[in-house]
Design a protein around this ligand. Structure first.
Ligand code: ATP
Ligand code: FE
Length: 331
């Protein structure tokens, strides 16, 4: 079995997965959403302090499996430096105490592997990663051959939901809140410009949309911003944010034959986005793969799933070499 630790942002999570059968024998996550909610976003120092409380608590719960471990894996990039460090320190301590090899896992490969939890991997696959820090289209040919086909020039898809939610004082994380509010709204009341709609390039941008929403909220606040206005802003913003993705994906699907397509990352839990992508994939005869909703946001099960592949390939690291990286240029 492999024990995997995830602490790249505001979720403390540990998993234990069987190497041969891929069975997830233990998985727990403690989220810090409530604690960060009052600040409208993740406060790194607070997140680090909460990981120090949560990670040992979870580790205690899986004590009985420790004797069966063959390796210990940890997310070491990308993420917040002060929170990545907590997971890495714990992984090193376990590695020393139990004399186990260490596996360093790229968090973004983790999101891709959220598709394959307790399942065989499927490659090649084209993946849209929509998370708090990333908006990318990735051509994943294998574990170690993942090319970024497109990325965002500024904010990420999930981040734009967080920022709009903050503007409306609705709380953090914004994604699920905006999605709920949008259900009661009229998605055709306000017209927000679709980002980069005139550009032939396949790339993303969310800062212009965010500013357009801010201006609309300012305008509504000058009269009276009521509950229905908030629902409508959320619905129109969500529709435009998703339409931007759809426009770019239509270009991609027209230019390439894509047999298997997937969406991963925290924001891939958005049901409106899922429905629109289902329709798009149907139109192009593409099979759409989705992670289970519980594995969309950060978790250690996806990190453990990558670790199994790395274990089989003999991709280990050492106490000296295992370091954190807050950003990664590619996979
Ligand atoms: P990264 O993986 O890029 O390092 P992260 O790990 O912080 O970033 P995730 O945990 O994968 O990000 O996803 C969190 C993001 O997903 C947040 O921005 C959140 O608002 C967004 N999100 C979650 N649920 C939804 C939803 N239903 N609709 C839209 N966005 C959502
Ligand atoms: Fe993530």
């Amino acid at each position: 079995m492999i024990l995997a630790i995830e602490s790249s942002c505001d979720d403390s999570s540990i998993s234990i997965t069987k190497i041969e059968t891929l069975e997830l024998v233990f998985h727990k996550k403690i989220s810090q959403e409530l604690e960060h909610s009052i600040y409208g976003g993740v406060v790194p120092e607070l997140a680090a302090r909460l990981h120090i409380e949560a990670l040992p608590k979870i580790l205690e719960e899986c004590k009985k499996y420790l004797k069966d471990l063959k390796a210990v894996a940890v997310t070491n990039a990308p993420g917040l430096s002060v929170t990545l460090t907590e997971g890495v320190a714990m992984a090193k301590a376990i590695s020393i105490a139990l004399n186990l090899p260490l596996i360093a896992v790229n968090h973004l490969k983790g999101h891709v592997h959220s598709l394959f939890i307790e399942k065989e991997s499927l490659f090649p696959i084209t993946v849209l990663l929509v998370s708090g820090g990333h908006t990318q289209i990735v051509e994943a040919k294998s574990l170690n051959d993942m090319q970024i086909l497109a990325r965002t020039l500024d904010d990420s898809f999930g981040e734009s939901f967080d920022k709009v939610s903050k503007m409306l004082n609705l709380g953090y994380p914004g994604g699920p809140i905006i999605e709920k509010y949008a259900e009661h709204g009229d998605k055709n009341r306000f017209i927000f410009p679709i980002p980069l709609s005139q550009s032939p390039k396949i790339e993303f941008s969310y800062s212009g949309l965010k500013n357009a929403v801010r201006l609309k909220i300012d305008e509504l606040e000058r009269t009276t911003l009521n509950e229905q206005d908030i629902y409508d802003v959320c619905a129109c913003f969500q529709k435009t944010a998703v339409e931007h993705i759809l426009q770019k994906l239509r270009k991609l699907f027209k230019q390439n034959t894509i047999k298997d397509f997937a969406i991963v990352g925290g924001a891939s839990a958005n049901l409106f986005l899922r429905k629109e992508l289902e329709d798009l994939c149907k139109k192009y005869g593409t099979t759409l793969h989705l992670s289970e909703l519980k594995y969309c946001s950060d978790n250690a099960a996806m990190i453990g799933r990558v670790a199994i592949e790395q274990y089989k390939n003999g991709e280990f690291t050492t106490l000296e070499d295992l370091d954190i990286k807050t950003r990664l240029k590619d996979y």
